[in-house]
Write a protein that binds this ligand. Sequence first.
Ligand SMILES: Cc1ncc(COP(=O)(O)O)c(C=O)c1O
Length: 330
Amino acid sequence: MKVHELQTPALLVDGAALAHNLETMSSALPGERLRPHVKAHKCTALAGRQAALGHAGFTCATIREMEGMAAAGLGQDLLLANEVLDASRLGALSRSGARVTVAVDSEATVEAAARGGVGEVVVDVNVGLPRCGCAPEDAGRLADLARSRGLEVRGVMGYEGHIVGLEDRAQRTELVGQCMELLVKAHAAVGGELISAGGTGTYDINTWATEIQAGSYALMDTAYGKLDLPFRQALAVLATVISVSPGWAVVDCGLKSLGMDHGNPSIEGAAVWFCSDEHVTFSSDPLPAVGDRVRVVPSHIDPTVAYHERMHVVDGDEVVDVWPVDLRGW
Ligand SMILES: Cc1ncc(COP(=O)(O)O)c(C=O)c1O
């Protein structure tokens, strides 16, 4: 099939840019130094490519991602880097032969892991992002509690999500150091072999973590494109121009096919005015014609991919593969 024959909106993945990104990251962080986060692409075919490059362990954000990865034969070492209060499905997954580790940051989540039949945990430590994670000084107590409940404590995790997107590398470097000082201290109280942290924006800066949980690097977005990273924009939403008026044009993708929390998407050579449910309105000189195809580049990859059922891997105008986005849902 040819790209111009696709129904729009459609996710396009530039196969060469993807290969460049996967290889660049794997040479910087080989094997166990990278625990790719699947939340960014939600696609077991893409995860398979990461595994083929030597990364046996993966990071997940949802129970569904954990189950899907195991079902695809990629369950050698799965970390759910998120808190759950009902771990029964994770327990079942673990009994089916996958290696399952879950993050805990409270007595309730330790209890849930033990009750649900999950054997292994990491203590999630708040390193500055106001989201999940216990206070660094409470990490040792939670590890002791987990061990007393029969759980194996593999170490700590602490995601510096408020730092990964900072455009100034010097500032990013300084702040990651401060975050990781907290995590390393917590690790001393917790023990275990893992210090799991980091993302695409800090993959080469965070030298404290034993493994980096980067995800966006594979497909990239315009928010990360503003940083000094060696990764290429691999993903775009293919859209069709459905209406042209004097001064502007409209394509058939909008809020329901683009993650917008990092701002408007971009169109090369055009100024994006705004997005509505099924439309992006933009101006360009010259304006396109009705029926023209346009590549819309998202500002945030993770929520963009989650809107779509499949991604089309392309080489020029040729669709060379169609990969289901099979880790969607809960
Ligand atoms: C816990 C956790 N670790 C790692 C990442 C990966 O970050 P990135 O997409 O910047 O590579 C995320 C992304 O939000 C995350 O939530």
